[in-house]
Ligand binder design. Structure first.
Ligand SMILES: *[C@@H]1O[C@H](CO)[C@@H](O)[C@H](O)[C@H]1NC(C)=O
Ligand SMILES: *[C@@H]1O[C@H](CO)[C@@H](O)[C@H](O)[C@H]1NC(C)=O
Ligand SMILES: *[C@@H]1O[C@H](CO)[C@@H](O)[C@H](O)[C@H]1NC(C)=O
Ligand SMILES: [Fe+2]
Length: 610
């Protein structure tokens, strides 16, 4: 280690002198001496040329642009790679020790993403290539760096000119969520403006009514709010990136089912105003209102890169397919539930920007409701129910900050949401749910407090499979559920006649019969349990055992759509992400009296006494 450091110091010293001359050949002001890389050495080669264009992005107000990166490398090799760095001067002043579990490339300030020039034919012959990167506005300038030596012992051979968005601080990626009341919509977005620089707000109006402004709050989080580094974690070390400022405004006293137009605004101290483009949404129906209501539910979607780049934790091959199918059907969708394992950023904080940019067409138009999963929350000794390291050190902080959800306490990710004829009770499997806990009390209150005559469709949601799944890894444990999953909760589902329970975490699709304590029969027979965790992440195989209650299984990417036509008809559809085709469907048809009728273990004590 000591020797390696010494060698690196020598490189840096050499670089200092070569930098002076690099001004002349147009490679500009790259502060390469700041690069400090665990396993990376500097091998700058003045015969390597990298040019990125256009230099100014988003000059028409776009928040996403394609950038051409022209490379000319006299010594091309098949394992060369190009990293996208932002800020452009990839500074390593805060380089931390890790436990060696991070995936290559091991660079202190991680590239946002990277691509192999070899993906374009003839690169290894000619050394000339033009790579196309899709770049989003992430509040800082950008550079492209060419490395030889593969991912495991990268050598930096060249860096491009800097490109930047016209306004890097612009307000971007609005996401809607239901507020705490049915007539409230919240808008959350990201910008580079802190409150001392500009006042954030939403300007909005119903079509045909006067527009008004609602103030927005501003929050953020710092490197120190990531979990302790003692176990080695990307969130506080190599994966850290400034998340900017997160603003949320509450649009209140909305009319039911009305179209609204809105835009994000920041009043600068010098009196001018920065505007986003205009967006629209349709406000929620009144609870109990009889009208068409269409709900999308899925888990574990993650993100993908449309330009074919690689990134850290890049294992959600179905993500873009699911996103695109939902965008295609968006005019027939009213609300979306993404039930945990949201970005799989796993400590690489820049990926929250990538994710919010990817879902922007959806989340800016319909409420995007999230639940918390292991990849948002889990970290040892931080109060998560599981001591795993799946959050990469985020321990819930980015998820709780980047998205609004109507929880009482955003560190405890459970909440209820009313949407017309639906009541959703969203649990947080990364905190204890067993009988006697605070969360158990919440779940019972949520299930018990809904009037089924007006809101007949009662839905339970949780990330891990608290109900039933014949997934392979549960099978190996000799079980069909998350350990301790349903033991506490199934009497609540039965007592309160939950229609459907949805889970993610297991990356496939499975639907059960109405089931209660392993048997099924009767009028309200039991809850139908659905695993819908196949929205993006690599698929999970099923166990070879398939009990009778497991009705339909699909090892593929997909999501669920619920369509409530009225108080007595609910259509359930499972659609494939590849083509949007319905692969499994059924209808629940019933009168509300059927819900109120007593079923096994759901009966109140009665008396015939006069
Ligand atoms: C206010 O500041 C912004 C950003 O610095 C600038 O673009 C704008 O022209 C200024 N407006 C006025 C009225 O000076
Ligand atoms: C957005 O809507 C506002 C208010 O209706 C309007 O003044 C503005 O010109 C619109 N902006 C764009 C870019 O269409
Ligand atoms: C409810 O909707 C279903 C499906 O569209 C329809 O067949 C049924 O007639 C409707 N029932 C009532 C009472 O409107
Ligand atoms: Fe999960």
């Amino acid at each position: 280690m000591a020797r390696f450091l010494l060698v690196l110091l020598c490189f840096i010293a050499l670089l200092g002198s070569s930098l002076g001359s690099s001004h002349a050949n147009g490679r500009g002001e790259q502060s390469l001496a700041q690069i400090n890389i665990y396993e990376t050495s500097l091998a700058l080669d003045s015969s390597v040329h990298i040019h990125a264009s256009p230099q100014t992005l988003g000059s028409q107000g776009e928040d996403t642009e394609w950038v051409n990166v022209a490379i000319s490398n006299p010594k091309p090799s098949s394992d060369d790679w190009v990293g996208v760095f932002s800020p452009a001067k990839f500074d390593s002043s805060a380089c931390w020790q890790t436990d060696g579990k991070e995936k290559a490339p091991f660079i202190c300030s991680s590239p946002i993403k990277y691509m192999y020039p070899n993906s374009v034919p003839d690169y290894t012959k000619t050394g000339n290539v033009i790579l196309k990167f899709q770049i989003i506005n992430q509040r800082a300038d950008i550079s492209f760096a060419l490395f030889s030596g593969g991912l495991w012992s990268p050598k930096l051979v060249g860096v491009s000119n800097t490109v930047a968005f016209a306004n890097p601080k612009a307000p971007v990626y609005p996401r809607l969520a239901l507020g705490k009341n049915w007539d409230e919509m919240t808008v959350t977005w990201t910008s580079g403006y802190n409150i001392n620089e500009a006042i954030p707000f939403i300007e909005w109006s119903a079509k045909g009514l006067a527009s008004r402004r609602s103030p927005a709050g501003t929050i953020t989080f710092s490197r120190n709010s990531m979990c302790d580094v003692m176990f080695g974690n990307p969130a506080r070390s190599v994966g850290w990136r400034d998340p900017g400022f997160i603003h949320t405004a509450f649009l209140k006293e909305l009319w039911p089912n009305r179209e609204y137009i809105y835009r994000l605004g920041h009043d600068l101290v010098n009196g001018s105003t920065i505007w986003s483009k205009n967006y629209t949404f349709v406000s929620s129906p009144y609870p109990g209102q009889d009208s068409l209501q269409q709900v999308i539910i899925f888990g574990d979607m993650g993100k993908g890169e449309r330009d074919g780049s690689n990134e850290y934790n890049d294992y959600q091959p179905g993500s873009l397919k699911t996103t695109d199918q939902i965008i295609k059907d968006l005019k027939n969708i009213d609300i979306v539930f993404h039930i945990g394992d949201i970005t799989y950023s796993n400590g690489y904080i820049s990926q929250w920007d990538q994710f919010t940019a990817q879902v922007q067409p959806i989340a800016s138009t319909v409420p995007y409701m999230i639940a918390s999963g292991n990849h948002e929350r889990d970290w040892p000794d931080t109060g998560s129910f599981y001591g795993g390291k799946d959050s990469g050190g985020e321990c819930g902080v980015p998820a709780e900050t980047m998205f609004y959800f109507p929880a009482e306490n955003r560190a405890k990710f459970w909440y209820s949401a009313d949407y017309g004829m639906f009541r959703f009770c969203v649990a947080d499997t990364e905190h204890d749910w067993r009988e006697g806990t605070e969360q158990y009390k919440f779940i019972e209150r949520c299930l018990a407090s809904v009037d089924r005559k007006t809101q007949p469709w009662l839905i339970f949601i949780a990330h891990r499979v608290l109900g039933y799944s014949t997934n392979d890894w549960y099978g190996q444990e000799g079980t069909f559920e998350e350990p301790m999953g349903r033991e506490s909760l199934q009497k609540l589902w039965q007592k309160y006649k939950v229609d459907l329970a949805f889970y993610g975490h297991v990356h496939n699709y499975e639907r059960t019969c109405p089931i209660y304590e392993d048997h099924y029969s009767g009028t309200f027979q039991g809850t139908i349990h659905v695993v819908v965790g196949g929205a993006g992440a690599h698929l999970s195989p099923f166990s070879s055992l398939q009990p009778k209650w497991s009705l339909v299984r699909d090892y593929d990417f997909g999501f669920v759509k619920l369509t409530a036509s009225n108080h007595s008809s609910l259509l359930f559809e499972y659609k494939k992400s590849n083509n949007g085709q319905v692969h499994d469907s059924f209808t629940i048809s019933r009168d509300y009296r059927d819900v109120l009728a007593c079923a096994h273990d759901s009966c109140e004590p009665t008396t015939s006494a006069a």
